[in-house]
Design a protein around this ligand. Sequence first.
Ligand SMILES: NC(=O)c1ccc[n+]([C@@H]2O[C@H](COP(=O)([O-])OP(=O)(O)OC[C@H]3O[C@@H](n4cnc5c(N)ncnc54)[C@H](OP(=O)(O)O)[C@@H]3O)[C@@H](O)[C@H]2O)c1
Length: 372
Amino acid sequence: MTNNRRQFIKASVLGSAAVATGLPTLASAGEKRKKSTSLSILILGGTGFIGPHMVREALRRGHQVTLFNRGRTDNTLFPDLETIRGDRNNGLDGLKGRSWDAVIDNSGYVPRHVQDSARLLAPNTKRYLYISTVAVYADFDVDNTESSALASIADESIEDVNGETYGPLKALCEKRARAEVDDERLTVIRPTYIAGPGDHTDRFSYWPIRTRKGGEMVWPGTPEHTIQAIDVRDLANFSIDCLDSDIAGTFNAVNPARSYSMGELLADSQAVTGVRVDPVWISEEFAAEQDLISGRNFPIWRPKSGPRSRTSSFIGEAAVRAGLHNRPERETIRDLLTWWDTLDDDRRANLRAGMSPDQETEVIAAWRARDA
Ligand SMILES: NC(=O)c1ccc[n+]([C@@H]2O[C@H](COP(=O)([O-])OP(=O)(O)OC[C@H]3O[C@@H](n4cnc5c(N)ncnc54)[C@H](OP(=O)(O)O)[C@@H]3O)[C@@H](O)[C@H]2O)c1
């Protein structure tokens, strides 16, 4: 970073920003949301799943929002907002010469893209907020705080984002952002699985949607097995809080900071839907033997051993101290089901995660046959 840039930053209005991992200096979330200064906010990736929730929350607080995307995803969603068309892959021209109070980088998967946008926009913005992921961590068998070791990738020129490279590339994206934006003006949020209305992955949604159908239902592992997700609206609120209150630092964004289990997910899904299923809890060993362990079959659940294992949790206390408010899981379940019911028949007939009815029948038969 050049001296000029450092001087600019020192002279900026952000001298009082709360820096460092999860040590906010500001008031409670409720107070923060009352803040009345209207900000101009650029959202890179304001459509899709998380983006629209951020846009709506920002507008609700009286901020002005500009969107930047390619126009491939939900491009009729916000006809009244300024939208700059462009591809993060060498297509940032529309952003040149512009300035915003804050930038939310919600579509950074490739390190070069994050570097290019942060380099272009950092001199002309007071805050750069990068949406990362808990997949950045190196070790999923320890409880990860924000200062835990991050994954790395041997060849940093790789730009192919897949199940294997996603986490290490996001870690590298963070590194690139840190090289371009100084600490006082950078916020990095690392969400776990995101749940709620608009989720096009159906990962968390599968469990309540399937529960509502009733009957015998396959559940992996044990009811005590813990999981984490975060409501998309809580994530959006926290992101805009960080802009409103100049909160810098790095934050895991998870629910809960306390423990939530598959058994509670089942109980909450039943309570909200009013439907009781007959749960068939198959052991993790059996699931492995039958080659069932995948994010497709058992979304958001991770086994305790094997290639997809996760025995730990992500510690979310820093974000809670900074003002993240997690709503009850039943509210997430209720609202995602309400949203789900607005989708067309074809979409609802094709869940993108979870077992098909035929597969469930086969698995239950095999599980029962093992003792026969
Ligand atoms: N979903 C989760 O559970 C989850 C969990 C942890 C972290 N995250 C992180 O959250 C962020 C948002 O996730 P999401 O699920 O909301 O994503 P999404 O639904 O796929 O939305 C992506 C947005 O980015 C835009 N975009 C994508 N590629 C672009 C490009 N090359 N140039 C310009 N715009 C581009 C898309 O619009 P166009 O297609 O029109 O360009 C869209 O507005 C990501 O950074 C992801 O890593 C997600």
